[in-house]
Write a protein that binds this ligand. Structure first.
Ligand code: NAD
Length: 362
């Protein structure tokens, strides 16, 4: 028996509905495999504001640190839209990422055969697509100083943000990308704007040096981020792992996500240094427009949990089984409303969780 502690932060909106399906899966794994996952529930986002007055309490942070991994639903909603900026639900998520030093955000963009028509690109361009974007998450222009808006006193204001990276920040995220590429297609595309930004030039030089020193057996190519944005639409299958900074990664990972067609299918992982607690969450938000209606697709959360099994629990075989079960469910034609297609049967959030368990039992 292998024992793990999983901290669950369901959050707001559809968070509790999608998490209920993940818990069903965990209960099934505990009964049917040789792992034992103990779950603990905590609050984040609006739910935490309502209970403690802050979006992510220090006590919950300590519980997270003590766990082997964290599975998060989503935060936010209209109820907390007017709360002060630093106390908003989303600030809880930023605090979690910062305090846990989750510097590498992994976002796979996989096109399941059954959903190939959901993409806005032609099926022949996206069929079989399987790319992984590694985005630097704790540095760059979103955190750099100086920042702010100043009044210039002549009716003008000036807004400033600073793009800044150090060698160690670049190396640690590039190392994650190279390590992951070794287990996949063995190719890394590093994206920046070294043609116009010094921080981009440093990024390119440091990635090149690390590659020569530690990863010369992995194919490395450099690409300007704007070209990468174009290539993702022109020929996305040329990519295996893309590594890039916080700003470009934010945009490129959303673009890559849309190649797959459905927000309800997209998982993510945020990793820190090896041996520390990582966080797994669906890419989508709390979907207040469908919360409480049994319409949410739980598969992004379930695929995020599969990433947790792979990266934090070293249970790659179980992760494979869950991903295959997701494919089987999709192939069988049962769909939540967001991925509904002609000839398929529409099912609820909880029926999707049940269908997944049935597929695992086969
Ligand atoms: P959203 O991702 O919540 O919803 C966008 C659209 O996708 C909605 O129509 C929604 O119904 C649909 N959708 C999302 N997830 C779905 C799922 N699992 N199944 C079926 N349909 C799904 O984005 P939004 O509407 O821009 O934001 C709503 C709230 O979520 C805001 O408060 C926002 O700040 C927050 N948010 C949180 C996160 C996070 O927790 N990581 C991410 C994005 C947005």
């Amino acid at each position: 028996m292998k024992d793990y502690i999983l901290q669950i932060l369901a959050g707001d909106g559809i968070g509790s509905e999608i998490m209920a399906e993940a818990k069903k899966l965990i209960a099934w794994l505990n009964s049917n495999t040789d792992i034992n996952i103990k779950t603990r529930d905590g609050l984040i986002g609006g739910a935490s504001i309502d209970a403690y007055g802050v979006p992510f309490s220090d006590e919950t942070l300590e519980e997270c640190r003590a766990a082997d991994a964290i599975l998060l639903g989503a935060v936010g909603g209209p109820k907390w839209a007017d709360v002060e900026y630093t106390l908003r639900p989303e600030a809880g998520l930023l605090k979690a990422r910062k305090e846990l030093e989750l510097f590498a955000n992994l976002r796979p963009a996989i096109v399941f055969d059954a959903l190939v028509d959901a993409s806005s690109l032609k099926p022949e361009i996206v069929k079989g697509l399987d790319i992984l974007i590694v985005r630097e998450l704790t540095g760059g222009v979103y955190f750099g100083e100086p920042r702010g808006i100043e009044d210039l006193g002549n009716g003008q204001r000036r807004g400033v943000n600073t793009q800044v990276y150090t060698t160690s920040e670049i190396e640690r995220v590039a190392r994650v990308a190279f390590d992951l590429a070794k287990k996949r297609g063995n190719k890394v595309t590093s994206c920046e704007k070294s043609n116009v930004m010094e921080s981009g030039l440093l990024w390119r030089e440091d990635v090149t040096a690390l590659h020569a020193k530690e990863f010369s057996d992995v194919e490395l190519e450099h690409m300007y981020a704007d070209n990468c944005a174009m290539q993702l639409l022109r020929n996305p299958s040329q990519f295996d792992v893309i590594v890039t900074d916080n700003l470009f990664g934010d945009i490129l990972s959303d673009e890559a996500a849309m190649l797959t067609g459905s927000l309800g299918m997209l998982p993510s992982a945020s990793l820190g240094i090896q041996g520390t607690t990582a966080l797994y969450e669906p890419v989508h938000g709390s979907a207040p427009d469908i919360a409480g209606q049994g319409k949410a697709n739980p598969l992004a959360t379930i695929l995020s949990f599969a990433m947790c099994l792979r990266y934090s629990f070293e249970q790659g075989d179980l992760a494979d089984r869950i991903e295959t079960a997701v494919q089987d469910v999709l192939n069988s034609g049962t769909r939540t409303p967001d991925i509904m297609a002609k000839g398929c049967t529409e099912i609820s959030t909880s029926a999707m969780g049940d269908a997944l368990i049935s597929a695992l039992e086969k």
